[in-house]
Design a protein around this ligand. Structure first.
Ligand SMILES: [Zn+2]
Length: 171
């Protein structure tokens, strides 16, 4: 992107952390930024994170927690969650800590609520994952949920996500 977009977000306090995170993993920086702006109440990172990376998230005023989950074979895996809200961290921990990873409709609804997904999209996805929608591929790619057809919420979310992505790409 050649032109510098002008936005009214107050991000001077987090640009340094974002710039470092972006070098480590662009998607992690993007998620952290969306969560910082409150567009996602809570985010989950399923790959391992080192203390250094958790500290960068914390420098952005995000609360972090490592969560232990169980996979089918009984093996333990670590997830990392982050949020501006202690209440959301507690909700996730209470619901999922030391539980088996599953994709039941109940789990998907709870996750959708925590991750800021539109409920209509969550319900549609439970009925039929990745059903055709009317988004172009580029727009769908910058989202973390699969939009339902003719969604009345996603276009607004997309505008906000694009703004965050623009800022991050131009950091
Ligand atoms: Zn929807």
């Amino acid at each position: 992107m050649s032109s510098q977009p002008q936005y009214d977000l107050k991000i001077s306090g987090i640009t340094e952390s974002l710039a470092i995170l972006k070098e480590i993993d662009f998607e992690l920086a993007y998620l952290a930024f969306l969560t910082h702006e409150g567009l996602k109440p809570l985010s989950r990172w399923e790959k391992p994170l080192e203390d250094k990376e958790l500290q960068l998230l914390e420098k952005m005023n995000l609360l972090t927690k490592r969560i232990t989950r169980i996979v089918n074979a009984g093996r333990e895996v670590q997830e990392n969650i982050f949020s501006r809200s202690q209440a959301y961290i507690d909700l996730y921990a209470k619901r999922f800590e030391n539980t088996q990873i599953d994709k039941s409709p109940e789990t998907q609804r709870f996750e959708g609520f925590l991750f800021g997904y539109p409920p209509c999209c969550v319900e549609r996805y439970i009925l039929k994952p990745y059903a055709a929608n009317n988004l172009n591929e580029k727009d769908q790619k910058i989202l973390f949920h699969w939009a339902c057809r003719n969604c009345s919420i996603t276009p607004f979310i997309l505008d906000s996500y694009r703004k965050i992505l623009d800022l991050l790409e131009n950091l």
